[in-house]
Design a protein around this ligand. Sequence first.
Ligand code: GAL
Length: 814
Amino acid sequence: MKGKLCILMRFFFLHASFFTLVLGSNVSYDGRSLIIDGQRKLLISASIHYPRSVPAMWPGLVKAAKEGGVDVIETYVFWNGHELSPGNYYFGGRFNLVKFAKIVQQAGMYLILRIGPFVAAEWNYGGVPVWLHYIPGTVFRTYNEPFMVENEYGYYESSYGEGGKKYAQWAAKMAVAQNTGVPWIMCQQWDAPDPVIDTCNSFYCDQFKPTSPNRPKIWTENWPGWFKTFGGRDPHRPAEDVAYAVARFFQKGGSVHNYYMYHGGTNFGRTAGGPFITTSYDYDAPIDEYGLPRLPKWGHLKELHKAIKLCESVLLNGKSVNISLGPSVEADVYTDSSGACAAFIANVDDKNDKTVEFRNASYHLPAWSVSILPDCKNVVFNTAKVTSHVNVVAMVPEKLRQLGKHVKWDVFKENAGIWGQADFVKNGFVDHINTTKDTTDYLWQTTSILVDENEEFLKKGSKPVLLIESKGHALHAFVNLEYQGTGTGNGTHSPFNFTNPVSLRAGKNEIALLSLAVGLPTAGPFYEFVGAGVTSVKIKGLNNGTIDLSSHAWSYKIGVQGEHLQIYQEDGLNNVKWTSSSKPPKRQPLTWYKAIVDAPPGDEPVGLDMLHMGKGLAWLNGEEIGRYWPRISEFKKEDCVQECDYRGKFDPDKCDTGCGEPTQKWYHVPRSWFKPSGNILVFFEEKGGDPTKIRFVRREVSGACALVAEDYPSVRFHSQGDDKVENNKNTPLAHVMCPGDTIISAIKFASFGNPSGTCGSYLKGDCHDPNSNTVVEKACLNKKECAIDLTEENFKTNLCPGLSRKLAVEAICR
Ligand code: GAL
């Protein structure tokens, strides 16, 4: 903000109260860039969504972004977190947008506010309040009076026909008419009318051109990773490819670039969209879910940002020529009248390295990489050569005294069926979402059947089969109060069939289904009409064959009792009678557990290990941790990779891990939610688990690594941040840095030669300089950070001739 607030609004919005943030002036644009206070600006922006962390984390996250070379923080505004029911506003806690904006301002950064209200974002219902759907006559995302709000509309406009077109134009005019004094953007909106700027969202935007040459080239969403679903895989986007995409964008005339996400964070409570978006929204982003820089990604991008910034003035104010340097290699050279020159040389071949001549010098470019030469001579950065240090990060389990053995547990069991009075009785089924209106994940529906004592299966001792069809998302089935099993859709296909043998007895049998929503849809044409819930129930294997219970009288009850009585809140704890026990019962469905726990020692971020639980919701001191579900990923081993080749176009299925493993084992519990002792941990377990195995885990950085090869470039700056490249030395540096207050207490591994492996498991090769340890210890011991030069002064020059040598270091941080 720097005294003013740059609001580039992603799209439109209804609520005048939000406009109090619009303080900006002097922000305009031309065909090259945004112009702030009369100057063209090259901006690196980072998405950090305020409700996906907690206020106590905001200053640290913004600081880490600034240190990472970011100028702008970008966030959506999450309407459904701010207007809980019509006219009932909330701007406290994680939704304190004003506080968040001020923290950005205090850091001397700009803010891009994407006001939504439709935001997508894997956020429940795409950010639009569910109650809006129930205002008669409302249709989202088209020319419809009760709605009229938007985001990334271009993809869907045609689905809404004439109403879509008319709506997009209306939205643009309405936004511009607010006279905010700052430019407006519409992402993925090919018909955005002037002066609104259309922008790009993709994994690559170098080829993007705004629809008018008078608009700057803006990339609103570069996805440095991807989100996860319960049952899905763990996507990773290599740092080399993210850097490649960014460098290509600036090479080809881009001027504003935003990482979506830079910190993904956590979908606390029931804010995750769906169906099946995980509680973690880590996104493989440059800052991890817990708020720690993800290395080497964060560090590599930091170096990239430095290199790009060295070129800012000539990029924005100079002229450019494009030169082909051979097949798949091109240079874009920017020069200005002062004699400044900057060049980006790209090798877009996704397999082969290339060596090219440029201005009488020879340059080696790894496949799928961009070299940045801020003076048209020296390569200060190549996107494929990662020189950033790496951390040794582990989730360290806490001793049992935190939870388990000596903890006193209180237990409350829910009824397996309707509790209290049914809300209504109906022949047949209702839509789950239309019924709960998302006030809860849960909807009970029960019916009963009479089984004749002459049924064959009773004599044979066999079991009839319960057949259920559901349009989504999940359900637990109970017969005569006994849990029978769980049916669920998956990330790509929400409808499912549940087929399970069930124990029936002669006489009356109670069938109780707990239908579940696991996050509401977040995008797609007419997404607000996509329903969920049971559509057919049959029982097969009776004397009469199959009986259909679908048009039976079903009793319905919205929610479960403990949730209704808010027994996870301090003032609701006594609303039920808990049973105390030193050993909590295991494998109990529909059970509430309460334990009083100490805060884990130290100040590292904390997670809750829920691997041994089934599925449910968790709270600490009344704060909503979120949905837990260590659901095993249904992908086969071969759908994941051992190693990821950064070369070539990325897509979210390219570099996945976690096949056949639990999708989310750890759940972030922000430090600021803990008191030193007497913390109340409550969870509602739906289908049964082992609470004695729950642990707190601390996200601990115990070491730091560096791996740098001799032919790697290295950006060197004057300490004042002078924007010139220091040209006296250009040998690579290996950086090692310990986090927080820790220092390098020992060197666990150091080898200059041809070491192999990755941080935490480096191995010496057949080429090794025996002085490696001494050199590194001298440079690093007892320091917070150090940089080791790969020069002849430090290492043997005649070692293994003909080999490209590298230095690998692993340090212990204490
Ligand atoms: C975009 C959308 C974002 C987010 C992203 C995927 O298309 O604008 O809100 O959903 O996809 O993470």
